[in-house]
Design a protein around this ligand. Structure first.
Ligand SMILES: [Zn+2]
Length: 341
């Protein structure tokens, strides 16, 4: 093979490798292989000595031309690779500002807590002080001090969670009365709100754990009118509309007279609907004037002072408002339920 043919072969192979190179490191290798001190093209120049005078100039020129061409090709390929790399880097780091943001789930109060907070705000606005008393309660506060006769069915072990003969889970928040009354002087307006417990078979409308609010006021000349006005004012603020209050006689050992109270149905505004069973009224709870025995037991002169007391369940309000049919949903913490409220 003549020197010229060999040069053409080297040139073709070298340029082909340059085009196929995928990295700077590969280009460095090609550079060394052909243009280095012991590179293939450099070695070709050493053949000049064996050539005729005429051929030398021409051959030397050809080798140098190929070296220059290869250097240029390597430089261009290097530039192209660098551009490609930075383009890929830019693409990897790119931020698409049109993408929707990440959705972070935020917590919020449980529907019962919201209801409790609203009820508290209203009664605090009406001058009531909220107190907390034990959920694990003495028998005497839960029943005895509240004038329950010994044979009252509520005291039956079958209806309550007894811890021992003298201690049980309170069956109503009314148990707070004698934890407060004997230690204060009238006038007083005190309320409590919290959990109560009954030994019930659990179903959609019966739970073993539920919430109640209880309020009482003691002062000179407290009458049923004050009681009715207080409940009415509460209901107006709670349901955001004009509400009437209806009393019907009922018996609770700690009030005399006692009544169950109902308010205008806030869903149909008293016209009658499925929820109020066409009556236009929603029964909420029990109320009455504090029994003189209760006042006397607390060291309050029942000739000088009178008082009223009332209480009602909490769960019923969001159940009515949102059409919730199953009491158990409040305690199960199922997000599919909670997210709807
Ligand atoms: Zn109604």
């Amino acid at each position: 093979m003549s020197g010229k043919d060999e040069l053409v072969g080297i040139r073709t192979a070298a340029l082909g490798k340059v085009q196929a190179a995928e990295s700077s490191a590969q280009l460095d290798e090609i550079d060394t292989q052909y243009l280095g001190r012991k590179g293939e093209l450099t070695l070709q120049l050493r053949r000049i000595g064996s050539l005729s005078q005429d051929e030398r100039k021409d051959f030397g020129q050809s080798v140098n031309d190929i070296k220059a061409e290869l250097s240029e090709a390597i430089a261009q390929r290097r530039q192209a690779l660098d551009a490609g790399e930075s383009k890929a880097k830019l693409a990897a780091e790119a931020v698409d500002v049109t993408l929707p943001g990440r959705f972070y789930q935020t917590g919020r109060p449980h529907i019962l807590i919201e209801t409790i907070e609203k009820i508290k705000r209203i009664f605090i606005g009406l001058g009531y002080e909220f107190v907390e008393t034990p959920e694990i309660e003495d028998y005497k506060y839960n029943f005895e001090a509240l004038n329950y006769p010994p044979e009252h069915p509520a005291m039956d072990e079958q209806m309550s969670f007894y811890i021992n003969d003298d201690v049980l889970l309170r069956t109503h928040t009314t148990a707070y009365q004698h934890r407060v009354m004997p230690y204060r002087k009238p006038p007083m307006r005190v309320a409590t709100i919290g959990k109560t417990y009954r030994y019930e078979n659990v179903d959609a409308t019966h739970g073993h754990t539920f919430h109640q609010v209880d309020c009482f006021a003691i002062d000179h000349d407290i009458s049923l009118t004050d009681l009715k006005g207080t409940i009415q004012q509460f209901a107006v603020e709670m349901f955001g509309m004009d509400v009437n209050v209806r009393f019907r006689p009922d018996f609770f050992p700690f009030v005399e007279p006692g009544a169950e109270f109902a308010v205008t149905c806030f869903l149909c505004k008293g016209e009658g609907c499925g929820v109020c069973k066409g009556s236009g009224w929603l029964e909420l709870g029990g109320a009455g004037l504090i029994h003189p025995n209760i006042l006397e037991k607390a060291g309050i002169d029942s000739e000088e002072y009178t008082g009223f007391a009332f209480g009602f369940g909490i769960e019923r309000m969001p159940m009515l408002e949102h059409g919730i049919k199953d009491l158990r949903l409040f305690m199960e913490n199922d997000l599919r339920f909670l997210r709807q409220l």
